[in-house]
Design a protein around this ligand. Structure first.
Ligand SMILES: [Zn+2]
Length: 415
């Protein structure tokens, strides 16, 4: 089966060089082809170019060909959302309303809010129900243009619940058309381990992680290295244990303080360091020259009205930046990457071009898949979306809250 997209008004994020990420000044430029075609065979992009170069002579007579006229419409590579917690048991609207009414953190927790309550609900919910709810969220984000997503555990906190979350993610990998990467996250110390952190560290490193590795449930290991969560030393031990078990590192770093998390991530060659609200010159120079993708999560900062990561300074210093949704019930209850682009432009001073790199190729790198996803290049997986008729690619971040996507193609198939 061949699929031909024809008369594309503008084919966006074309990259014949197949770069693995785009950094610094280069982020300001996005390559496009106007009045373009794109050819898909099976799951792959096999050719693209200006319409006048589309030749049907090399098609075989018995090729099944389907053509889509994209007049007035643009085609983009699907978004890669490299940081989510989209397996969860319950949304937290009640807590949202409590917060608006000005209740304190303690009052909110008493009413059933906060991460420890999320953990309790997750522990109680049967695996099948968790799976069905999370699959609905995947369908929702696919419709807004996401074609690849990383999903973390970390609401389980007990061995049994963490394994349950990761098994749900494994089932999603097997049944969803989206490309999925799974991450084991050491998220917080459970209440019952208050004052006994070393015991929980032992549980994580000597029980939980070996079981996860034995079932091959996680591609990555991640740790919340921040004030009040895991210390630098504890984070290093967790990353090291993960690496020994074949999981590459990722890190939640510098959200609440200059926690040293960035430096720990770089030291252990983490594929990404995420959050980065508290980043200064030292963190930036540590990231420069490293293989760790700085990843910013605008949804959480927007939802909680937090300090913003210094994205402009990071890009101007020559760093690449990825943006991800952080889809989770407590601090970012949306996986809409179009809106993440809007926030990138409106709150962080990024140009539309910079947000395109940040939500496609750079976020693909942050989940280890930029060789096959995140830009339009021959041989890459045909994960794309076709927009409605729009006047320029800046219409996506400009029209915040709208969905300008008309057709989604994943693995070469129209969804
Ligand atoms: Zn997170």
């Amino acid at each position: 089966m061949r699929l031909i997209l024809e008369n594309i008004k503008e084919l966006v994020q074309v990259d014949p060089q197949s770069r693995l990420w785009v950094a610094g000044k280069s982020m300001a430029e996005v390559q496009t082809i106007k009045n373009a075609f794109l050819l898909i065979k099976g799951e792959q992009i096999i050719d693209f170019g200006p319409m006048e170069e589309l030749s049907r002579s090399d098609f075989e007579a018995d090729d099944l060909i389907m053509e889509i006229d994209c007049s007035g419409k643009m085609v983009f590579p699907s978004y890669c959302d490299s940081h989510t917690h989209l397996v969860f048991a319950a949304t937290r609207e009640l807590e949202f309303v409590d917060r608006i009414k000005g209740l304190t953190y303690e009052e909110i927790a008493k009413n059933g809010g906060g991460i420890l309550n999320s953990a309790k609900r997750l522990q109680e919910m049967p695996e099948d129900e968790l799976y069905e709810q999370a699959m609905l969220r995947l369908e929702e984000i696919a419709l807004t243009g996401t074609g690849a997503v990383e999903i973390k555990s970390g609401y389980g906190l007990t061995t049994e619940s963490e394994l349950k979350m990761l098994r749900v993610i494994l089932r999603m990998k097997q049944h969803s058309p989206l490309m999925i990467k799974s991450t084991f996250l050491a998220h917080a110390f459970p209440l019952e381990f208050k004052g006994r952190h070393e015991d929980y560290m032992n549980l994580l490193i000597n029980e939980m992680m070996p079981l996860i590795a034995a079932e091959e449930l996680a591609d990555y290991v991640d740790v919340f290295c921040d004030r009040g969560f895991f210390t630098m030393e504890e984070s290093e031990r967790i990353l090291m244990a993960g690496i020994k078990l074949g999981m590459q590192g990722k890190i939640h770093a510098n959200e609440l303080a200059n926690s040293g998390g960035v430096q720990v991530g770089v030291k252990y060659n983490a594929v990404s360091a995420d959050h980065l609200e508290f980043v200064g010159d030292e963190e930036i120079s540590s990231l420069l020259g490293s293989e760790t993708m700085p990843t910013v999560l605008p949804g959480a900062a927007f939802f909680l009205n937090l300090k913003l990561a210094p994205v402009r300074k990071m890009i101007d210093s020559g760093l690449p930046v990825a943006l991800a949704s952080d889809y989770n019930p407590g601090t970012s209850p949306s996986g809409n990457m179009n809106f993440i682009q809007s926030l990138g432009c409106l709150r962080y001073g990024m140009t539309p071009e910079e947000t395109i790199h940040a939500t496609t190729i750079n976020s693909a790198y942050a989940m280890g898949i930029s060789e096959s996803y995140g830009s339009i290049a021959k041989g890459k997986v045909a994960n794309l979306f076709i927009t409605k008729e729009i006047s320029s690619y800046a219409a996506i971040p400009y029209s915040f809250g709208s969905n300008l996507i008309e057709t989604v193609i994943l693995n070469g198939e129209i969804q």
